[in-house]
Design a protein around this ligand. Structure first.
Ligand code: ZN
Ligand code: MN
Length: 480
């Protein structure tokens, strides 16, 4: 019997707001412990929460980007549990009426595009952080409540994914969508984007659902992939031995590369949800909804397909260029100045991205703005300079801030594409390199390489290498 996995993911994304969800404390990361707290986020008796409107609108925008139906009247609930990093002993979340339901996210396929169902999207507050003191004999932990009350978006998928690759593709695509909509900065190393997975196995091709295992403590996409692979192996082996699996929650151990039981179904928490009495229900007006709908940008996958369709790019190239919104914007701004998608795409992927990745800067900080890069590419497309020279010119553009045509003129590197101008050089190279000429005439076709190289050297890199190649072959073939 063959088995297939049934995978669902729960994502928590910290919203990109300046202040917390119920108070005005800053959400800035990496500040001194407990320096960004007040009576509200410390959960003091008698305080009242006031909703951060920007957080609510960001959550709504994300729900719209995920094609959810919006509950026009929504409210918050208390999720009760006791933990040292949760000073109120309850989390304000949504349980009975999520702000968005029944959406989907389209993920890029190996074959066909796939939709992963989104069961719900809701807004809640983050907890603080326990810091476990790590020295021998330490018998206490420390609590930092700077994060307590940070707005969190929770996104719950349907159990719609059937391989680790699909789950991975979902995570990557969701991250892109949250970045494109500027809902979250998605910095996983700062905990802005976190995942939990649930997985069960079933006989391949059937449509039942086995007892699901939830996996917590997944701090990176790599951890999610590792934990899912491990669970697929573990559950499949158990089923093949005739064992029955049970519903449980497991913790992933990244270092050991395995998961261990945290609690069984019997020990499952009862959160005793009830509507939050300190907050009024929220009604979303038509105007708000329309304004937010209009604010949702073209999403990464749609943009990728449009780049293939409108600009004739390969799916791979379109995927690279739309991975970051700023890069896709840069590309299209270049096209406005020089409508040559293929060569602009190659230049951005091979040269521009190489430079910005090396320097670890966003493309917005790259010294050559799109219009001026387009000018440079135009010079190469028109045969005025060759690709090697163009690379040097780009380096000089970064250094000096001058325009490509000016630098080409200054350096006197305009390409020699004039046949007549190259004739004497071709003659000279053939005279001076009898060895290579003999090799070529003797059938060693690759001997043309060094000869072209000599033409480039004699013209100080200015010759059009393709033309030089063609002329050399013609001349040598006459000599046969
Ligand atoms: Zn506060
Ligand atoms: Mn949650």
């Amino acid at each position: 019997m063959e088995y297939e996995p049934v995978i669902g993911l729960e994502t928590h994304a910290e919203l990109l707001t300046e202040s917390k969800l119920w108070c005005r404390c800053s959400t800035r990361f990496g500040q001194a412990p407990n320096s960004q707290t007040c009576p509200v986020c410390l959960g003091m008796p008698g305080v009242l929460p006031v909703l951060n409107l920007q957080a609510f609108e960001l959550a709504l925008e994300a729900a719209l980007a995920l094609h959810c139906t919006i509950n026009r009247t929504t409210f918050f609930d208390r999720k009760n549990y006791y933990y040292p990093d949760l000073p109120k002993n309850y989390q304000i979340s949504q349980n009975y009426c999520n702000l968005g339901v029944d959406g989907y996210l389209e993920i890029p396929p190996d074959g066909d595009p796939r939709r992963v169902g989104i069961l719900n999207v809701h807004l809640e507050e983050d907890a603080g952080k326990n810091l476990h003191v790590e020295y021998p004999g330490a018998d206490y932990s420390l609590v930092d409540l700077n994060r307590a009350g940070t707005p969190l978006l929770e996104i719950v998928t349907a159990p719609d994914m059937h391989s680790v690759e699909e789950a991975d593709s979902f995570m990557q695509t969701l991250r892109q969508v949250l970045l494109y909509t500027r809902v979250s900065d998605c910095k996983m190393q700062e905990g802005s984007l976190r995942f939990e997975a649930s997985i069960s196995m079933r006989p391949a091709g059937s449509d039942g659902l086995g007892p699901r295992v939830e996996i917590k403590n997944l701090n990176s996409m790599k951890a999610v992939r590792g934990a899912l692979e491990y669970e697929i192996r573990r559950q499949t082996a158990a089923l093949k031995e005739g064992k029955t699996l049970e519903q449980e929650t497991r913790l992933w151990d990244e270092v050991r590369g395995r998961s261990g039981r945290m609690r069984s179904k019997e020990q499952a928490q009862d959160y005793r949800y009830f509507p939050e009495p300190d907050l009024l229900p929220i009604e979303v007006t038509d105007q708000t909804l329309e304004r937010l709908r209009a604010a949702v940008p073209e999403l990464p996958l749609a943009r990728r397909w449009r780049f293939c369709r409108e600009h004739g790019l390969s799916d791979y190239d379109a995927g690279v260029l739309t991975d970051q919104q700023e890069v896709a914007d840069y590309f299209e701004a270049c096209l406005e100045a020089h409508d040559a998608p293929k060569s602009i795409a190659n230049w951005i992927m091979n040269e521009v991205l190489r430079v910005v990745n090396e320097r670890q800067i966003p493309i917005g900080e790259f010294e050559v703005p799109p219009q001026r890069l387009a000018e440079l590419v135009r010079l190469t497309d028109e045969g005025k300079i060759n690709a090697n020279v163009a690379r040097d010119i780009m380096a000089k553009m970064i250094e000096t801030g001058k325009d490509a045509p000016v630098l080409v003129e200054e350096a006197g590197v305009e390409q020699i594409s004039d046949q007549a101008a190259l004739e004497p050089v071709i003659d000279q190279v053939i005279d001076e390199n009898p060895g290579a000429v003999r090799d070529y005439l003797g059938g060693k076709k690759q001997a043309i390489g060094p000869l072209v190289g000599q033409v480039m050297r004699l013209t100080r890199g200015k010759a059009d290498p393709k033309l030089a190649n063609r002329m050399l072959r013609a001349r040598l073939d006459e000599m046969k």
